[in-house]
Design a protein around this ligand. Structure first.
Ligand code: ADP
Ligand code: MG
Length: 398
């Protein structure tokens, strides 16, 4: 283990006195914008109380069983509970950075509480706080690194991956919750079990609540990007209320929740739509599928929202981008000559990205699903429930 990681773990043990009696820190497994995640062994895990009388092949299976369906072991069963079952129990300790707003932390813990019992959502075991520091304890989920697996993924593997992802999203969306940050690192996928769990509800929010789409962060990126010039050419997007661009524009710029990860943001997020729905997660899932089919990661590489619109416009063409912008009361305009009026078909794009001559029948089928996910109009875009009924899953070509 890296010395700096060891130092980090020592610091965590110092801050939370007594933590080392309960957890043995093993290694750092993740480092994101908002947290550092460590793998640890739960030293006080009570096997008799917590291992369920189910046919368990895998140590983590019990987390896949909703609490209502769990059954405790009877006394006799407890006595005969085989020693070999008592394998070490691993947890993920998520140390949330002190710079995260308390609202964000509370939001994540609250939504996870709502979603307890959803087997495809990583549950929260407990959380503790010391002054301004918070650590969330989650069961450890073995998973593979997307940056390694995406190159070798066959269409059949994609089918398992997305069946699991859409099942997870369906469960979350049924609770009227938008995840807002769907991307490979927030879906821990285990190819052997063909199952994954969603993590990281730090940006998630309730749909239809008065705040959906409204930015809750303390430092909204409230910069007007309307008139940004890209060298000689320009692309802009502005409110239809304006006629031209007055020099001293005192109108407040539209504030909408734009949280998420660049490259995965849905068009309505870029267009600052103020009533965003669960469909934004379906777009992001589409970007993952495009990455796998196109064998390019990351697929989109924009530095900011205007760049992201240019990337999108290069695919969809000017005409469809204008229509999409109008849907959200915005005007999209560009004079970049490489952006055509018509855009490209998904099949053409996947062929180009993956450098093949032609797509196989199964790739074509996956591309038809892609078209339903990366649909500019959120109303026409597939929901998780609809996606699960797509021919890609019900009538697979292999
Ligand atoms: P952040 O808000 O910093 O992105 P995440 O909850 O997404 O935090 O966790 C960051 C990374 O830590 C994940 O991408 C994953 O690699 C690892 N991780 C998080 N939770 C778990 C878990 N329960 N089991 C295994 N690894 C995890
Ligand atoms: Mg994350």
């Amino acid at each position: 283990i890296d010395e700096s990681v060891k130092e980090d773990m020592r610091k965590l043990e110092e801050t939370f006195t007594g933590i080392s009696e309960r957890y043995r820190l093993i290694n750092r497994i993740g480092e994101g914008t908002f947290s550092t995640v460590y793998k640890a062994e739960d030293l006080l895990y009570d096997h008799y109380q917590n291992d369920w009388a189910l046919d368990l092949d895998d140590e983590d299976d019990k987390w896949a069983v909703p609490p209502s369906k769990r059954r405790r072991l009877g006394d006799e069963q407890q006595k005969s509970w085989p020693e070999k079952r008592k394998k070490p129990k691993y947890v993920a300790l998520k140390k949330i950075y002190v710079t995260s707003s308390p609202l964000r932390i509370q939001n994540e813990l609250e939504l996870l509480h709502d979603l307890r019992g959803c087997k495809s959502v990583c549950p929260l075991i407990t959380a503790f706080r010391h002054q301004d520091q918070v650590v969330a304890v989650l069961p450890y989920f073995p998973h593979t690194d997307f940056r390694i697996q995406y190159r070798t993924f066959m269409v059949a593997d994609m089918r398992h991956y997305f069946r699991s992802l859409f099942t997870a999203l369906h469960a979350v969306h049924e609770h009227d919750i938008l995840h807002r940050d769907i991307k490979p690192t927030n879906f821990l996928y285990n190819p052997e079990r063909r199952q994954g769990v969603l993590v990281d509800f730090g940006l998630a929010e309730r749909e239809g609540s008065e705040f959906t789409g409204q930015c809750l962060c303390t430092n909204p990126p409230n910069v007007r990007r309307d008139k940004i010039l890209r060298s000689y050419y320009s692309t802009h997007c502005s409110s239809t209320l304006s006629s031209g661009y007055p020099k001293n524009d005192s109108r407040p710029s539209r504030r909408a929740n734009r949280a998420g990860t660049r490259g995965f943001r849905a068009p309505e997020v870029l267009f600052k739509c103020t009533s965003q729905t669960t469909k934004i997660d379906m777009w992001s899932a589409g970007v993952i599928l495009l990455t796998l089919l196109g064998r390019r990661f990351p697929f989109f590489n924009s530095a900011d929202d205007v760049d992201a619109m240019i990337e999108m416009a290069s695919i969809f063409g000017n005409r469809r981008m204008k229509a999409a912008a109008a849907m959200h009361g915005q005007v999209f305009e560009t004079n970049i000559p490489t952006i055509g009026e018509k855009g490209y078909s998904w099949e053409k794009l996947v062929v180009w990205a993956s450098c093949v001559e032609e797509l196989t029948e199964s790739e074509k089928q996956a591309t038809r699903l892609l078209a339903g996910l990366m649909e500019l109009d959120p109303h026409k875009r597939l929901s998780a429930k609809q996606a699960l009924k797509h021919e890609f899953f019900t009538d697979p070509i292999d």
